[in-house]
Design a protein around this ligand. Sequence first.
Ligand code: CO8
Length: 373
Amino acid sequence: MFNVAITATGVHAPENVITNQELVQAFNAYADTWNADNAAAIAAGTLEAKAHSSVEFILQSSGIDNRHVVDKSGILDPDRMYPRLDPRPDDAPSLMAEMGIKAARIALDRAGTDPADIDCILCAASNHERAYPAISVEIQDLLGAGGFAFDMNVACSSATFGIQTAADMIRTGSIRKALVISPEITSGHLEWRDRDCHFIFGDVATAVLLERDEGDLQTPYFKVKSTRAATQFSNNIRNNMGFLRPAHDQMDDRRDMRFMQNGRKVFKEVLPLVSAHIAAHLADAGVQASDLKRLWLHQANKTMNDYIGRKVLGRDPEPDEQPNILQDFANTSSAGSIIAFDKYSDDLAPGDLGLICSFGAGYSVGSVIVESA
Ligand code: CO8
């Protein structure tokens, strides 16, 4: 068995940023128009009026302030409330591949790695722009990488499950170097007209470079000490958009064709699942919670992260022990814990231990124990 290292990461965020103020203004304009258009039905009691969203509620309930998006104008247009993206011909790079290679090139440049030396590329994300050919194979072609590539989807845990998959192949010797790339275009599957969730998500792409560690890697890097993945079926986060829609005669624009969640239930059920998962992973790896210098958690909700941090460490974490990035990026699905790791890992000293952990739809939980080298 070979040792595995994370030698670099990369983050690419689209330039457009939507503030909570801008988002709420657009949503409230949409709600006012909808209420006016449906005034008679609302007055007759057959339709419920849409309530206004609120900047205060969003910040307080989620910790989110801003989100990056590929397209801003379509989302903020009260008559549209959806990104506006030009369709691309088949011979042009897909949007996911375009975003993915930007993150990948940052990681490759940081590590000084030639793309031709990459043996495996995983495009691990919550949704894929098309069924086939795999986005990862397109990325492999655009980067000029070798080996093979495949797509994975475990929603918010795609990146950590991707790290475990790549690490296992490196451990057994079938590959030496892998890229786990997570282009998350969450704006394309968020329902921007739903007050309960319109503030939750943002777009980004991340890349994680993993390599066989034979003791000759350039520092700084992180040893992958241990990985663990777990799933437990739940319908509480669901999206019914799928290739059988025409067969079901369901081509209408239904609410369940985009992100749906029972947020309260997710909160209640996922927290104990994640806390128990991390405790068991640490125990089996022989790591004390008090040995962890940092937690890079999935970035869905600040209250959720505060709770998990407290459960894992047995006390309130200091801000630098459990850094959040969701105030600037919102929930970027599988990319969130990787952004936190990318932005808050340079200062760790050799020998310091940390834990990357994602959780979300499925349910799924993925954790990676790393040691700074
Ligand atoms: N403005 C003002 N008031 C609001 C708003 C709003 N925007 N939204 C809701 N309210 C009101 C509600 O109507 C309710 O009012 P009342 O008490 O009178 O009924 C009150 O505020 C409280 O509402 P909630 O109970 O819904 O509020 P919560 O405190 O539960 O907070 C959250 C809502 C923030 C959504 C919270 O439940 C949460 O974060 N839950 C966990 C979410 C989570 O982690 N989900 C993971 C999903 S991500 C994932 O797995 C990846 C999926 C694939 C990616 C998809 C890409 C799009």
